[in-house]
Design a protein around this ligand. Structure first.
Ligand SMILES: Nc1nc2c(c(=O)[nH]1)N[C@H]1C(S)=C(S)[C@@H](COP(=O)(O)O)O[C@H]1N2
Ligand SMILES: [Mo]
Length: 252
């Protein structure tokens, strides 16, 4: 896989486990499956078909792989010592939505072969990516933050976007919405995060799942994501702030 050349993990195994909130014992139990009874539902698609387990290890279709390959070089990552724990300001256009974790499901659908819905145990069973990146808000502030979560790319491998898919829509529990070009969405540094600075993400910052990526401005990074939809075309509503006149691509 071409993404192996990206510096995915600058942490030692011990640091990573600390930042993943795992003790050695927790990791041991997790890998025995003793603490995760529902991880099999990841392979239950919306239409109740049986998804091929090998999907996680298979590449996406050629057209989409080529698009991602043209994506920009990796954006800078920082050491843990650079984290600015008090600099990430809460920026929400509305109140913080109440999400019931027991019924929470991330829906991934649209122009894909295997639509899925995943609960948080399913999401946490996927490879954990950790990165320390700079969050930049157009309102004039920035913060170096550690985010941990799953790559959109790994989720795409599970749902298998169709060849014509060019955009990815994100719907949020506070009715925020965003759309990204597929190359940026499937960039190896674009993740759906459930950890911030080594802990579970606080609800104000988007728990249980928010976008985090060093290649886009802050307003592209939807908090409280409930639905990820692959599409062939952009809809009229492209993004909450974009529809107010902010730039759609919003690359950093
Ligand atoms: N669902 C949702 N996501 C959102 C927003 C929002 O209001 N609702 N604000 C955006 C903006 S403008 C920024 S700068 C970041 C702020 O993230 P934070 O509140 O975790 O610092 O979230 C982005 N994602
Ligand atoms: Mo922002």
């Amino acid at each position: 896989m071409q993404f192996d050349r990206y510096p995915q993990r600058r942490f030692s195994r011990r640091q990573l486990m600390q930042y993943a909130g795992l003790s050695g014992m927790g990791l041991f139990l997790g890998s025995c499956g003793a603490s995760n009874s529902s991880s099999t539902s990841i392979f239950k698609p919306l239409h109740q078909q049986t998804t091929n387990v090998r999907a996680l290890f298979e590449p996406l279709n050629q057209g989409i792989e080529e698009l991602i390959f043209q994506a920009k070089n990796p954006a800078p990552e920082y050491p843990l010592s650079a984290i600015e724990p008090n600099s990430l300001l809460i920026n929400s256009f509305d109140t913080t939505p109440a999400i019931d974790l027991n019924s929470f499901k991330l829906v991934i659908d649209g122009a894909v072969n295997n639509p899925l819905q995943l609960n948080m145990n399913d999401v946490r069973a996927l490879p954990l990516i950790s990165m320390v990146i700079r969050h930049v808000c157009v309102e004039g502030w920035a913060a170096i933050v550690q985010w941990g979560g799953v790559r959109l790319y790994d989720l795409a491998k599970l749902v298998q976007p169709k060849a014509g898919a060019r955009y990815v829509y994100f719907e949020s529990a506070d009715n925020y919405y965003e759309s990204w070009d597929i190359a940026s969405a499937l960039h190896p540094q674009t993740i759906l995060a459930y950890q911030k600075n080594g802990n579970d993400i606080p609800v104000e910052n988007g728990a249980p799942l928010r976008l985090a990526s060093p290649i886009k401005l802050g307003y592209k990074q939807s908090k409280w994501v409930t639905r990820v939809t692959f599409t062939n075309e952009l809809r009229q509503r492209r993004g909450y702030w974009v529809d107010e006149g902010y730039e759609w691509f919003a690359g950093l």
